[in-house]
Design a protein around this ligand. Structure first.
Ligand code: NAP
Length: 350
């Protein structure tokens, strides 16, 4: 299987390549706009899978697919919030070329718009799966499990990365880009909006029998979960998802800037994303641990019910989690779950 990874030497594209390194039957085409970075990544790459570098801009995807003829494209580049008017360029190119497609999209509007390609993907006998990462795959899986024993009314969740996880520039651009901007979500039973990074809460991730994470501040992020999960749960009236980047002083600075942008109707803070990226990746102190939680309120047999799911990721484990859903799909494809005739276009479902 030849897999073309757009953003293959980025933080999460690179981690995906590492997770697949024990599979001899695959060839990875590690792409990005900077050939020397792709080359350096491939030179460091160890394992049974083969990795080769390629300079390829997403804007040139049609020519890239024609020349490389991969069996699968993974878009790990982003930021998906900024894909502009022709935002489904990679998906359309894959449909035209008859190539399966997966992405890491964390932009709610992007993921929510993907089902429009359902019929075309079926005709081309391929699958197009969007948003295959922690947000919204893990949240959706946890809530489906909880929904077996309760009617879910309200959900809060969040991810707290380890300070040593290494945040990619494109993640930073996405987050800073919607700081202070309206974020669509479901609130009090109606479609509403919150303000990105301007609403916060605290939560302690605590797995029984394990040392809890410190109490963490989470702030509202614009992730697909907010739009793709409520339609799955008819009783759900509220959903809120947050991120808990540390150090908290930087997090609070972002909160203040987001509030100022919203109040003074300033333009996007995205030009500051390089600055935040540089500072956040230098200010690394505290425990090398991260986590995620999903907390739900609802009813079971007419009685109030509350459930929460906590995930602790020790040391370097955490940064691999966002890439594991795509890794699982690729492993499944290799064990004979062929894609042909299983055309699927869905937001949250791997
Ligand atoms: N849904 C989730 O839970 C979840 C979790 C993790 C990550 N993500 C998303 O995944 C994306 C990647 O995150 P990251 O932290 O890995 O970012 P990153 O470290 O900045 O990596 C981005 C990669 O994409 C490449 N790239 C950027 N623009 C490109 C273009 N036009 N054409 C081809 N390649 C391009 C970059 O290389 P060059 O700049 O040199 O081209 C780099 O290799 C982000 O959008 C992030 O939000 C989602």
């Amino acid at each position: 299987m030849r897999i073309l990874i757009l953003g293959g030497y980025g933080v999460f594209g690179g981690r995906l390549a590492e997770l697949l390194s024990d599979i001899a039957e695959i060839e990875l085409i590690i792409c990005g706009r900077d050939f020397s970075r792709a080359e350096a990544f491939c030179a460091r790459y160890r394992g049974q899978a083969r990795a080769r570098p390629l300079a390829l801009d997403r804007a040139e995807i049609v020519a890239g697919l024609r020349a490389q003829r991969p069996n699968l494209v993974v878009d790990a580049s982003g930021p998906f919030q900024d894909y502009g008017t022709n935002r489904y360029r990679v998906i359309s190119a894959c449909i035209d070329a008859g190539i399966d497609y997966l992405d890491f999209a964390d932009a709610a509007d992007f993921v929510f718009g993907v089902p429009q390609f359902d019929a075309q993907a079926k005709d081309a006998r391929i699958f197009i799966l969007s948003g295959i990462s922690s947000f919204p795959v893990l949240t959706a899986a946890v809530l489906r499990e909880m929904a077996k024993t309760m009617d879910i009314v309200s959900v809060k969740g969040g991810i707290a990365p380890s300070p040593y996880a290494g945040i990619g520039l494109n993640v930073m651009r996405a987050v800073v880009g919607y700081a202070g901007a309206p974020v669509k979500l479901r609130r009090h039973g109606v479609q509403s909006h919150g303000i990105g990074l301007a609403e916060s809460m605290r939560f302690t991730i605590a797995v029984p029998g394990r040392l809890p994470l410190r109490n963490i501040r989470f702030s509202l992020v614009d992730v697909p979960d907010l739009q793709v999960i409520p339609p799955e749960h008819p009783s759900m009236t509220d959903i809120w998802m947050g991120a808990g980047p540390v150090p908290e002083i930087l997090h609070r600075t972002l909160n203040l800037l987001a509030k100022a942008r919203a109040r003074l109707r300033l333009s996007s803070l995205e030009p500051f994303s390089r600055l935040f990226y540089a500072v956040l990746n230098r200010m690394r102190f505290g425990e090398h641990r991260g986590g995620m939680f999903v907390s739900a309120y609802g009813t079971t047999d007419g009685q109030d019910a509350e459930r929460s799911w906590h995930l602790l990721a020790e040391g370097d484990d955490g940064p691999y989690i966002p890439s594991m859903a795509i890794e699982a799909i690729i492993r499944k494809l290799l064990t004979g779950h062929s894609s042909g005739g299983r055309s699927t276009v869905r937001g949250p479902r791997p």
